[in-house]
Design a protein around this ligand. Sequence first.
Ligand code: FES
Length: 105
Amino acid sequence: MSRWVAVARVDEVPPGEGREVVAEDRIVALFNVDGTFYALDGVCPHQGGPLGQGQLCGTVVTCPWHGWQFDVRTGQHQINPTIVHITLPVKVEGDQVLVDIESDA
Ligand code: FES
């Protein structure tokens, strides 16, 4: 099942940055890595921190609460190989960035 929701304009998330966005009732962390957009579930699996407000360095975001780091392309935790956070498909249509908020349902 899929449900694509527009979450931002392309120019609202410049390369090298991320944003916390809300897609219907879901918090999403949206990132722009050199012009390619990626999305993670916005709620950190550690203690619920806001991943979309974390610092993006290359393809890795650092949670602002306690510093857990994830590859935004895969959701892979950077230290613990058993932790893989939820990724969400992203596409661009015109000037809009859309995220499939039900791809993991
Ligand atoms: S809530 Fe994200 S590292 Fe603790």
